[in-house]
Design a binder for this molecule. Structure first.
Ligand code: G6D
Length: 345
């Protein structure tokens, strides 16, 4: 595959030069990312009429990504995506207090998580690799973690995100990373989620408490507006939620099998199929927004302008053994992969 990588400095006078990298796979597909937060700012793909456009939503100004702790547009998320109750991590007879950046709880790896870090970038024949040695004093999590994130094109316009970490310490830590990309497959982003259909391979989702922390109970999706086992029109489903006074989706699904979700655009034929090696998928429909925020080519942000689908092990798994295991014991390693199969019909 004849990928072409280009790079440019897009801002200076920062802790490091803000670098933007573009990796083009030669078929009209390209992704662009930043060395800050390993942020994916665009995935360019054609539609059925040959129009090539960005299918992601992100800030209009590149430096807007720098201090965002609200939307996480395009960011790599870790050490742990999702919420951790009380910011507490117990392992054998040890208790660790993690950074609590959402009330008493930890969200998305804390305020100094992957999303808020400068990453070393290397250009390989595979694509782009982001590396970082993360010590506890940097993000407040225990253990010295050496992390590698790889973004690359595969065969048939598949976009791969690979996470690897090794715990180079005698202390256990946690590792459950994800990506926080928001999709809007319309060329005109002002159309929001109109024309979108979504399916999620899940019979159940997690019950959440008032702080959006899993209670440990599973809810069956049957006969609810959370049932996406068959492709559903997203706008219609959002409307049916509002009938129940629910502002939108922000829910962890228990997905079964490698194909976690499929998002398609009826109008222009774009399809994104998400494959994951983990059992959770947080479905977030961008429910609360600040109108002064400008995104993409300068449009003002509005609720449900895009959808985030975040593959991960079910949130707060360290408090629920039946959710999975996100502990990375001393001197052990782990890797995860998310595949985005892009196509046009
Ligand atoms: C809100 O609850 C949601 C999260 O799921 C999301 O990741 C974040 O906004 C961007 O906190």
């Amino acid at each position: 595959m004849n990928q072409v990588i280009t790079r440019k400095e897009i801002a200076s006078n920062l802790e490091r030069p803000l670098m933007q990298y573009t990796v083009n796979n030669g078929n009209g597909y390209a992704f662009t990312c930043l060395n800050y937060g390993a942020t994916l700012t665009s995935i360019m793909m054609p539609d059925r009429n040959g129009i090539i456009d960005n299918i992601l939503l992100g800030f209009n100004g590149p430096t807007d990504f720098l201090n965002d702790q609200t939307y996480f547009f395009g960011k790599a998320i870790g050490r742990v995506g999702g919420r951790i109750k009380g910011g507490l991590f117990h392992y054998k007879n040890q208790e660790f207090l993690l950074p609590r950046n959402e009330g008493d709880n930890t969200l998305h790896g804390g305020v100094n998580g992957f999303h808020h870090m400068w990453w070393d970038v290397s250009e390989t024949e595979k694509g782009l690799t982001f590396t970082k040695v993360i010590n506890p004093e940097m993000d407040g999590f225990p253990g010295k973690l050496e992390v590698t994130i790889t973004y690359r094109w595969g065969e048939n316009n598949q976009f791969h995100v690979e996470f690897y970490a090794i715990n180079k310490s005698d202390t256990p830590t946690l590792f459950n990373p994800t990506t926080h990309i928001y999709f809007n497959l319309n060329n005109d982003k002002l159309k929001g989620l109109n024309n979108h259909k979504l399916s999620i391979s899940a019979e159940q989702l997690l019950e959440l408490d008032q702080q959006q922390i899993p209670t440990g109970e599973f809810i069956n999706v049957t006969n609810t507006p959370f049932d996406f086992r068959k492709e559903q029109n997203l706008s219609e489903m959002l409307h049916s939620l509002k009938q129940l006074n629910i502002s939108g989706y922000d829910h962890p699904y228990h997905v079964t099998g490698p194909k976690a979700a499929r998002l398609s655009n009826l109008n222009n034929g774009r399809i994104v199929e998400i494959q994951s090696d983990r059992n959770g998928l947080v479905f977030y429909s961008l429910n609360k927004t600040h109108p002064h925020i400008k995104v993409n080519e300068g449009n003002h942000l509005f609720p449900h302008m895009a959808v985030a689908l975040e593959p991960q092990t079910l949130p707060d798994a360290n408090h629920h053994p039946d959710f999975g295991d996100i502990v990375l014991p001393a001197n052990t390693e782990k890797k995860y992969e998310i595949t985005y199969k892009l196509s046009v019909i």
